[in-house]
Every structure is written in structure tokens, then in C-alpha cells.
Design a protein around this ligand. Structure first.
Ligand SMILES: C[S@@+](CC[C@H](N)C(=O)[O-])C[C@H]1O[C@@H](n2cnc3c(N)ncnc32)[C@H](O)[C@@H]1O
Length: 213
């Protein structure tokens, strides 16, 4: 079984998709891993060296994205601000140095290289949650099916908030989990997660190419 290391794994949205695609998953995050469903290592990603990555076939990284997110403006307007550091480039440097196949996932607006975009509407989800994927393996993004999707459910900021321009953030935690295709996260984790369908889709293609040699 191919082994993937999920850096900045949070509560495991991305990890779960890779597991569904058939990878053996290990996650690393600074926070406690109580809600994380796979093998978990609590550690600062910035302390990792190339040697730490050696046991894995593939590395995924979802560095904190608040620096680039368009919802940053909403958060600022709500007085919540953001003081997160940009960890993207140091992590990219480590991944390139490792020589391993890698994927970096982030929000629209993040400075990813040759990234493809994935949209929740392509999987029949009620979130749009556009996310970019950079990789040293050729990947394809998805189309958007916003019209067929109808009004999306927002999973950011606070629950039951009006969204400027129409619509609302999720009204209940069950609605939020269903919209994301997740059933084990609290709101604070859901707002940071990606739907597992995204990395299941990306993971199936990675698996195909890695197995082809
Ligand atoms: C965007 S979230 C990841 C969400 C995850 N990809 C998912 O789909 O559920 C970013 C995570 O990075 C973690 N984090 C931030 N800085 C870190 C660091 N230096 N080392 C390890 N984890 C870190 C945070 O605790 C947070 O869980």
C-alpha cells in the first residue's frame, strides 16, 4: 500500500480523501489529534527534515491559508483578523528538496505554481469551496457546475451568518457536515477543512500515475 504523509492535517478532511483513494495515511499537525481518524503525529511541520519524509511515497501539504484567503476580508470586517504566518514557501522548499512526489493544496489567491482548481459542485456537494492543487505530478482540475448546484452553503466565519451578496453560512453543524461530505468535525475544524471528495479525486489520479511507475 502506498504511504502518504499529510502535513498540516487538521482534523483530516484531506487525509480521509486519500484514504478513500487507497493510501495508507499519516498526518502531522501542531494541535492535538483527538478527532483525527488516521495515524497522527503531533509536531511542528517547520521542524521536519528531508529524512523525516523518507518513509513516505507521497507528501501532501495544506499550509495555513488565512494569509491568502478572500474570506480574510470578511474576517477582518468581523474583527477576527488573521495573524497567521506564510508557511507555503518554506514547505515547498522542503518538498522539492525531498525529491518526493508532492501536492500542495491552498485557497484561490495563494501563490501556487501551475495549480489546478477543484470545485465542490463537481462532486454534487453543496459547497463550492474552490481549492488549488500544485504538484510535481500532472493533475487535472474539475469543472464548476454552479447552476446545477444552486445556492451553495458557506462553511466559513460563523454559523448562521448572512453572506454579503446573498445566501448564508451553514445553519446547523449537520448541514455543514453534509455539505462537506464529512461526519466527524466540529465547526472550528470544518471551516479549515477540504471536502474528502477533493483528495479522493486527486488521490485516485496520483495512485494511477505512481503505480504506472
Ligand atoms: C488549513 S488547516 C488544514 C486542514 C486539513 N487539510 C483538512 O482538510 O482538514 C491548517 C492546519 O495547519 C496546522 N498548523 C499550522 N501551523 C503548523 C505548524 N507549524 N506545524 C504543524 N501544523 C501546523 C493548524 O493546526 C491547522 O490544523
Amino acid at each position: 500500500m502506498l504511504k502518504i504523509l499529510d502535513l498540516f492535517c487538521g482534523a483530516g478532511g484531506a487525509s480521509h480523501g486519500y484514504a478513500l483513494a487507497g493510501f495508507e495515511v499519516t498526518g502531522i499537525d501542531l494541535k492535538h489529534g483527538r478527532r483525527y481518524p488516521y495515524t497522527y503525529i503531533r509536531r511542528d511541520v517547520m521542524s521536519l527534515t528531508v529524512k523525516d519524509l523518507a518513509p513516505y511515497d507521497l507528501i501532501h501539504a495544506s499550509p495555513p491559508c488565512q494569509t491568502f484567503s478572500i474570506t480574510k476580508h470578511l474576517r477582518n470586517a468581523q474583527g477576527k483578523g488573521t495573524d497567521k504566518l506564510d508557511l507555503l514557501q518554506p514547505v515547498r522548499d522542503l518538498l522539492i528538496k525531498s525529491g518526493k512526489p508532492y501536492v500542495i493544496e491552498n485557497v484561490k489567491g495563494a501563490p501556487l505554481h501551475n495549480a489546478v482548481q477543484v470545485c465542490g459542485s463537481a462532486f454534487g456537494l453543496k459547497v463550492r469551496r474552490h481549492r488549488l492543487f500544485e504538484s510535481n505530478i500532472a493533475l487535472k482540475g474539475t469543472d464548476c457546475h454552479h447552476k446545477q448546484q444552486g445556492k451553495p452553503v458557506g462553511i466559513y466565519g460563523s454559523m448562521r451568518d448572512e453572506i454579503p451578496g446573498g445566501g448564508h453560512t451553514a445553519k446547523t453543524i449537520d448541514q455543514a457536515n453534509e455539505a462537506m461530505g464529512i461526519d466527524w468535525m466540529i465547526w472550528g475544524k470544518l471551516v479549515e477543512a477540504i471536502p474528502p471528495a477533493y483528495t479522493q479525486y486527486i488521490g485516485i489520479e496520483l495512485m494511477r500515475q505512481l503505480n504506472a511507475g
